[in-house]
Design a protein around this ligand. Structure first.
Ligand code: IPE
Ligand code: IPE
Ligand code: MG
Length: 253
């Protein structure tokens, strides 16, 4: 079954960038009979590994994982602390595998708000993997779409104030270049587990034309390669019109 799904994927029509809202860890823990939500976060590692491996095997260029949002700082301190230490241990433990699989790590978000030791482990892993030529894995940490637009707007405003940029020259491309995702293609496919149909302040600008795929019944710790394949196959059956008519799209092929 798994292999059939994978073999049905058209490698010439892969999403250039897949973004994932990894949701449902807390509900997964509860479903397993554990009162502590952290149990769900700890058991999400296999899902993360399978997603990275699955993207690498197919040749997807960019994978962004929404690991911690700006709003997640408002969770109970014990959960925030546990998530931060899980983050460090995961990056540390996965570094050899990332090197072996040629994964290049990047991050987007307000990294300066992370604890100093998390920042260091993250920066070290980013530096060590910087010359890898495989999948670019982007961790969204202390990230939100509104944060990104605010920081980009500030940079642009400073350039205008300094006379480096005319306000007339500000266009979508200029905004793109100042977002945390500068240089990356916009996500073509956004996957969300856990059944909620919302963006939760993820990449508000960059998701403008992303195809959304929601797993209604699946919590993130249960996500496996076959689910990734399923979402990509569904993506490949969609007609992306970008505002045009279906007839135009068919004519242009
Ligand atoms: C996603 O799972 C992980 C993070 C947001 C860090 P949740 O922790 O949001 O789990 P649910 O949605 O409450 O089940
Ligand atoms: C989105 O999940 C953020 C991450 C997966 C990091 P949330 O669980 O925080 O989203 P809401 O609160 O249900 O919108
Ligand atoms: Mg959630």
């Amino acid at each position: 079954m798994n292999q059939n799904l994978k073999e049905s994927i058209d490698l010439g029509n892969l999403p250039a960038h897949i973004a994932v809202i990894m949701d449902g860890n807390g509900r997964w823990a509860k479903q397993q009979g554990f009162a502590d939500r952290i149990f769900g976060h700890r058991n999400a590692l296999t899902a993360v590994r399978e997603t990275i491996e699955g993207c690498g095997e197919l040749g997807v260029g960019y994978l962004t994982l929404y690991a911690f949002s700006t709003e997640n700082w408002n969770r109970p301190q014990s959960e925030v602390k546990a998530l931060m230490s899980l983050l460090i241990s995961t990056i540390h433990d996965e570094l050899p595998t990332m090197m072996k699989n040629k994964v290049r790590l990047r991050s987007i978000g307000d990294i300066s708000s992370l604890p100093a030791n998390s920042q260091k482990v993250l920066q070290d892993a980013i530096s060590q993997t910087a010359n890898n030529t495989g999948l670019t894995l982007v961790l969204a940490l202390s990230y939100s779409g509104k944060w990104d637009l605010v920081q980009a707007t500030k940079q642009v405003a400073l350039k205008v104030a300094a006379g480096e940029l005319s306000s007339d020259a500000v266009n979508a491309e200029v905004i793109d270049q100042h977002l945390a995702t500068a240089g990356m293609p916009d996500p073509d496919l956004m996957i969300r587990t856990g059944g909620d149909h919302r963006i939760s302040n993820f990449m508000l600008w960059q998701l403008a034309y992303a195809e959304l795929y929601i797993f209604e019944e699946l919590f993130w710790p249960d996500f496996r390669k076959e689910h990734l394949h399923q979402a990509i196959l569904d993506f490949q059956m969609r007609e992306r019109r970008f505002g045009k008519t279906s007839e135009q799209v068919k004519r242009e092929g």
